[in-house]
Design a protein around this ligand. Sequence first.
Ligand code: EPZ
Length: 454
Amino acid sequence: MPSRGWSNSLDLYGGRGAFIWAHIYTGTMDKFVIRGGNPLQGSIKISGAKNSALPCMAAAILTEDEVILENVPQVRDIETERKLLESMGAEVELGYGRAQHRTSIRCAVLSDPVAKYEIVKTMRASSLVLGPLIARTGMARVAMPGGCAIGGRPIDLHIKGLEAMGATILQEHGYLEARANRLKGAHIVFDKITVTGTEDLLMAAALADGESLFENCAREPEVVDLAALLRAMGARIEGAGTSTIHVRGVARLHGARHRINPDRIEAGTYLIAGAITGGDLHVEGCNPGHLGAVMGKLEQCGVKLDVSKESVRVRAGDRLSASDITTEEYPGFPTDMQAQFMALATQANGTSLVTENIFENRFMHVGELNRMGANITVQGRTATVRGGARLQSAAVMCSDLRASAALVLAALVADGESILDRVYHIDRGYEHLEEKLRGAGAQIRRMGEVFARR
Ligand code: EPZ
């Protein structure tokens, strides 16, 4: 994980050396070395959901009181959000290593309500501060996130909704300049289902003057998690988790303590790790209720699942059968599990069709999987995965968070030792991935780029 200290050996290498040390110290040049062939056994504990923690951290902007979040995962995106909030004047203490990973955020003074491009460009979810900043301070200057590996990632629906609530938003020099005396409640029907769009407007409406009715909302568990925190802070919200959310704005919100939900995508990833390696693995501390579509699909493929209240035991069945998936908004099959399922499908008997409906460029893992011996072709939004591939170890490149997870899964079954480069993508959203996999019997280690002295 990125340490906070800069090396005092910058002079050793001069400018280039500083760049190298910066990368070593921040882990941005780390690689994973994975030797395939070990069935995963034992148990893996699931961490808090990154995609819940990010909006919940942004929600702390809505009050000058302290907000305490438990179970925040120690991942790079959380570190990025800490930097973003501190750059605006917040006091943030990430609670790694403390009991319950207790994180404290206090936005008593927001001296500089600006989300700078240097930070926003590394994490699109930075746009989650837009609504809270306008609601709390009446102004916001947020860098446009720009696209990322998986797509254009526009935020036009966030902007449209906030303008409907009375904000004036100009776009200039790559920044959104937003102003509002006080946001007013509004009736908004989202043109498209957007997770962070729903979350952004929910936070804005909590402090708006009057009532808001939002339709065609995202129903993801992360929206429900955020609404639970907002209600604990005094917000008046009904319907989170359904397509229609009703908010009655209040004048002020107070501090609260909230425990972040377990990460359903991390849990789904490790279920597939247990299945693809032919293991017998307990995925502990998850919420099976958030995994309906994923578990249903795995069982269709012949994977054996034993479901308890907070854990799922996964075992490979006698035969792994091909099956088709189409990604949809929750509760459909999640786009964040598409790459991981594709890795599993390379091992199935038969051909699987994988259709990606949410993002326009979320097949970055296909080329690298094929370099490992998979047989996948892409036509538009659908990938055809011919199963039964004997995957071979290779040097591969991580490109985005979930594509990288797919490469880890493939390397766990490939014969020989694979090298995964740019694992900082994985560090963005998987807490201690190599320790968790090693604890279940995988042969995986992290290799920092160590440069011999000149
Ligand atoms: C959230 O991204 C998640 N990120 C993503 O997880 C996840 O893949 C995605 O939801 C879909 O489930 C966080 O919660 C931090 P969207 P978000 O707005 O909110 C279009 C991961 O791997 N759209 O629901 O950015 C958009 O282009 C990440 O953890 C607009 O057109 O996704 C996409 O096609 C990756 N205009 C679709 O909607 C907008 O204003 C869904 O995007 C907003 C979105």
